[in-house]
Design a protein around this ligand. Structure first.
Ligand code: NDP
Length: 308
């Protein structure tokens, strides 16, 4: 079985920053990129709030630069994702792509989080045929059409603003009579003429035919049913941390976020560290994930040097 000193799972800002720090500390480091190489930022529009890019940068480009920087210092970056782990004893065992076990002296979990769905049958049925959780990835297909975005947070406002530049009309389906988003984002959507906010509306069903989505049935204020004609239905109701395979081995909170100790990235199991959106339900920003990746690498370095 292959033996690795430090194994990093995930290739978002947390994973690559951890790799940069670990490699510079002369630790043999392997990164498995996971299901979405580059992480969630590769599915977003321009990043305008990451320091060092005064003119903004596309998420895709930024993550290519993170990767190149990690590789420059010797990170072994590989395709593949962890499907099972056995953290019962050192060396820790990780199954990659359900076929290859590797062993590692320390592991940094930086597997991020994924978009949540409402849980409707019709949502499953039309996934990829009008239902999407990524406006940046799929907005292009709905140029000059009508679409809806569910949610009232910053993500929903961002997605709605982006779609408004492409689409004829964007409905925002908001379950309360307020937006959770920051003031700046609220103002942006409220001042965009082709965004209409449907306050106190919940989605009952997404409707369509062989060609895909053509509408949605909503319930207004828990009472009346309303039908809207749309071709695209975008989810923006939050995220679920990608921690399912680790829950047996490290402590998580009620929502599945991995619990880390104090300011460190140490989990409840010695030698296993977590960084980024998989352990941060609050400050889920690239710059925070990168900072956590740095801390995780420093924690791992200390652990490895004390446990040679
Ligand atoms: P949030 O958890 O902030 O918002 C989720 C939204 O979806 C809320 O409006 C919530 O409603 C609604 N919602 C949740 N479940 C359902 C449901 N079942 N049906 C209908 N509506 C539902 O998630 P975000 O992804 O928007 O943001 C996550 C974090 O990332 C936040 O801290 C945010 O500030 C940050 N962020 C920052 C950005 C930036 O700075 N550029 C961009 C994007 C995100 P309710 O309010 O009623 O609970």
């Amino acid at each position: 079985m292959e033996k690795i000193d430090l194994l990093i799972l995930g290739s978002g800002p947390a994973g690559y920053t951890a790799a940069i720090y670990a490699c510079r500390a002369n630790i043999q480091t392997v990164v498995y990129e996971g299901l979405q190489p580059g992480g969630q930022l590769t599915t977003t529009t321009d990043i305008e709030n990451f320091p060092g890019y005064p003119n903004g940068i596309s998420g895709q480009q930024m993550m290519e630069e993170f990767k190149a920087q990690a590789q420059r210092f010797g990170a072994d970056v590989r395709f593949g994702f962890a499907t099972k782990v056995d953290f019962s004893e050192r060396p820790f065992k990780v199954l990659i792509d359900d076929e290859k076990w590797v062993e590692a002296n320390a592991v940094i979990i930086a597997t991020g989080a994924n978009a949540k769905y409402l849980g409707l049958e019709s949502e499953e049925k039309f996934r990829g045929q009008g239902v999407s959780a990524c406006a940046t990835c799929d907005g292009f297909f709905y140029r000059k059409k009508n679409v809806a975005v569910v949610g009232g947070g910053d993500t929903a406002c961002e997605e709605a603003s982006y779609l408004a530049t492409l689409c004829n009309k964007v409905y925002m389906i908001v379950r309360r009579d307020v937006l959770r988003a920051s003031k700046a984002m609220q103002e942006r959507v409220l001042n965009t003429p082709n965004i209409e906010i449907l306050w106190k509306h919940q989605t009952k069903e997404i409707v369509g035919d062989d060609m895909g989505v053509n509408g949605a049935i909503l319930v207004r204020d828990g009472k009346d049913e309303v039908k809207i004609d749309i071709d695209g239905f975008f989810l923006a109701i939050g995220h679920h941390p990608n921690s399912d395979i680790f829950k047996e081995w490290v402590d998580t909170d009620a929502e599945g976020y991995i619990i880390t100790q104090g300011k460190s990235c140490r989990t409840s199991r010695e030698g296993i560290f977590a960084a980024g959106d998989v352990q941060d339900p609050t400050y889920r920003q690239a710059v925070n994930a990168a900072a956590a990746g740095c801390r995780a690498a420093m924690d791992a370095e200390k652990y490895l040097s004390e446990n040679r």
